[in-house]
Write a protein that binds this ligand. Structure first.
Ligand code: CP
Ligand code: NVA
Length: 313
């Protein structure tokens, strides 16, 4: 019998995970990371003969490679399915789910609309993992919070300042940060704030954990005294037609040395891919306070922990 409360579940929203679920995943990720870093192998790969189907409606470097390499390292296998085979109108989302549940042990999907990944989860009897939608990126938030725990230990009471777009990455960080009792601030230009529904949910979670969710239009106010300063692309995948107007709107929101002078102890974060010279300068990205490539590596460890917990418990 699986003994994990996560066994058999889906991960669609960062709000699906309680503080104790997250603590359990972090403990498992730390173990897997330590073992893999030393040995470059796991003595007892826990996912032998298990298969993950990976569906992508959008491009990916980190999500694809960390899930695929993660399955290999755990003794299992991942199948990459291109968009025109699935979710491209060839058959319904429901029929895709009802086939895949008979072939594989879990599905990871990167879709445009959030509803597609939610429908896969509703229809498939196997775990479904959100690998990014327009609304959320929970695997990114999991790896990012694990990275912050490595830096700071206890996260309750820590301040994360996100500077830029109130987008999918911000949404998942706000929900998970609120669950963990963190203070999450967002500095965004007018017209580029987050979803009201996500903010309402994050504030409910923050009320229960003594965290907080705050907004400003002044990036200096957001970063002042923060423990971590985070940014993401000004133009997310699917918004390319708005790139020019977004460059203008976000010009004051760049992570550069002048802005970061207001938070001398903060680590600097970015989910990648980065647009050097737009939302972040190369000096900051490659500077001593950057934990950006640690975040990227931790996608591997955090998601391996997630796969083990969902698939074997
Ligand atoms: N951060 C992230 O999800 O990267 P990819 O888009 O390359 O997967
Ligand atoms: N907000 C970005 C994240 C990429 C990992 C996007 O959706 O394109």
């Amino acid at each position: 019998m699986p003994n994990s409360p996560l066994a058999g579940r889906d991960l669609i929203s960062a709000a699906d995970l309680s503080a104790s679920d997250i603590a359990r995943l972090f403990a498992r990720a730390a173990e897997l990371k330590a073992e893999y870093r030393v040995e470059r192998r796991h003595a007892h790969p826990p996912l032998e003969r298990r298969t993950l189907a990976m569906l992508f409606q959008k491009p990916s470097l980190r999500t694809r490679v960390t899930f695929e390499a993660g399955m290999t390292q755990l003794g299992g296998h991942a199948v990459y399915l291109e968009e025109k085979i699935v979710l491209g109108g060839r058959e319904t989302v429901s029929d895709v789910a009802r086939n895949l549940e008979r072939f594989v042990d879990a599905i990871m999907a990167r879709t445009g609309p959030h509803e597609v990944v939610a429908e896969l989860a509703a229809r498939a009897s196997i775990p479904v993992i959100n690998g990014l939608t327009i609304r959320e990126h929970p695997c990114q938030a999991l790896a990012d919070m694990f990275t912050l725990q490595e830096q700071f230990g206890e996260l309750r009471g820590r301040t994360l300042a996100f500077v830029g777009d109130g987008n999918n990455v911000y949404h998942s960080l706000a929900l998970m940060g609120a669950t963990l009792g963190m203070h999450v601030r967002l500095a965004h230009p007018i017209g580029y704030g987050p979803s009201g529904r996500i903010v309402e949910r994050a504030r409910q979670l923050a009320a229960a954990s003594s965290g907080s969710i705050d907004f400003t239009q002044d990036p200096r106010e957001a970063v002042a005294g923060a423990d971590a300063v985070y940014t993401d692309a000004w133009t997310s995948m699917g918004q390319e037609a708005e790139a020019e107007e977004r460059r203008d709107a976000f010009a004051r929101f760049q992570l550069n040395d002048a802005l970061l002078a207001g938070s001398p102890d903060a680590v600097v974060m970015h989910c990648l891919p980065a647009h050097r010279g737009e939302e972040i300068t190369s000096e900051v990205m490659d500077g001593p306070r950057s934990v950006i490539f640690e975040q990227s590596e931790n996608r591997l460890h955090a998601q391996k922990a997630l796969l083990v917990e969902l698939l074997v418990g």
